[in-house]
Ligand binder design. Structure first.
Ligand code: CO
Length: 153
């Protein structure tokens, strides 16, 4: 990470087959954290169009339980943020605050509390290259602060 030119050169020379050798730098594996102040640590995530699958790992760095300060990571089209948040609220914690079968949800993690980690892996074919999406936490009331832009491609 401290020598980006070397990393880029290696990737260009060796191609996609070399990527598993450098798992710590896999651009298709993304990380984001939430805290007890109802915040994500990143307002934007980016995955390259070359990804076959995309993995997003969510860490909850706080201490509060998921019943009080639950966080998840839900990927949607920008136009669907409010509707998905609303439907998720009604679905409750038992459903991770995601309405079962909600087709507007492109990918989502489970809902976690302080000290926990969760992840989701989804096929990149779910997304259109060059498009921008939004991610949010659908715990009731959280999406106003907990949202960001997801760029693909
Ligand atoms: Co939250």
């Amino acid at each position: 990470m401290s020598r980006p030119h070397n990393t880029l050169t290696a990737a260009a020379l060796l191609g996609a087959l070399a990527l598993p050798m450098f798992a710590h730098a896999d651009p298709c594996k993304l990380e984001i954290s939430g805290n007890d102040q109802m915040q994500y640590d990143k307002q934007q995530l980016t995955a390259p169009a070359s990804c076959k699958d995309i993995t997003v790992t969510l860490h909850h760095n706080g201490k509060l339980p998921k019943e009080a300060m639950g966080h998840n990571w839900v990927l949607v089209n920008a136009a669907d943020v409010a509707a998905v948040a609303n439907a998720g609220m009604g679905a409750g914690l038992a459903n991770n605050y995601v309405a079962p079968g909600d087709k507007r949800v492109l990918a989502h993690t489970s809902t976690i509390g302080g000290g926990e980690t969760t992840s989701v892996t989804f096929p990149a074919s779910t997304l259109k290259a060059g498009a921008q999406y939004q991610y949010l936490c659908t715990f009731p009331g959280h999406n106003a602060l907990m949202h960001g832009t997801f760029k693909f491609g």
